[in-house]
Design a protein around this ligand. Sequence first.
Ligand code: ATP
Ligand code: MG
Length: 273
Amino acid sequence: MLANPTGPTKRGALLTRPLLKLDQVSVHYDSRPSAAVSSVSLSINSGHTLGLVGESGCGKSTLAKAIMGLVPISAGALFFEDQDITRMTPRSRLQAGIAMQIVFQDPQSSLDPRMYVRDLIAEPLLIAGRSTTGVAERLADQVGLPRDALASRSHEFSGGQRQRIAIARALAASPRLLVLDEPTSALDLAVQAQILNLLMDLQREHGFGYLFISHDMAVVRHLADDVAVMLSGVVVEQGAAANVLNAPRHEYTQELMHSATLGQSASAVENFT
Ligand SMILES: Nc1ncnc2c1ncn2[C@@H]1O[C@H](COP(=O)(O)OP(=O)(O)OP(=O)(O)O)[C@@H](O)[C@H]1O
Ligand SMILES: [Mg+2]
């Protein structure tokens, strides 16, 4: 069974400023006539999870990449703890101690197969010019990786273990915000539940803010404090998870919830006790 995510960090975070704030963010790809992301505004607090849902191709990953500085923002502004980071590259953010990291859906393509796990995990610290002593061991313990994994390459591991490596790497530079772009959808259901539990434990322990992108509405219901619903690059509805998921106002959210009810058997939450 997935653990109950409610903890002290959730209540305490209500008093703090947003960790991340997007103000009317748009992204245009040169090869596309229309914006992939259009005037999106949202915010995420410490210890809180914003679930981002919407059909394939609606712009969720583009928004995630824009937040991480991996694709340029064409209009609007992005703030991390009130600092304007709209034009900062990923490297300059790391060097400036902007504490946010991303975990992608497919750890196979996001981890360099030629690198040893120890170096994969420590690399963000090297880029930031910080000491890596003992860090890989500490993070391996934290994400449930055996220490002897550090001397291997990532392709020698299962999908779930690789995702643990990706999470350890994301944690190396002491992030306060994690962008999780469908972090479990490449995994089988049993492993999904393990990784989701790990993510919830880490959030409880460290008070991370999460942007959690998922197609699995049951998982979003379990994890998210707030939910934003995207359709064709636009956020059509957002608010407290209980309101958006239980009493959706936009027709598209209503459709999404209807399909989720029909497809419940395919969720990591529904299948494991
Ligand atoms: N590098 C790119 N260049 C041009 N168009 C792109 C690029 N990446 C994505 N797109 C297009 O932008 C739109 C949004 O794609 P994106 O990957 O953000 O969707 P998504 O919501 O993450 O979908 P999925 O749920 O399938 O992961 C799609 O029409 C996609 O084809
Ligand atoms: Mg995507």
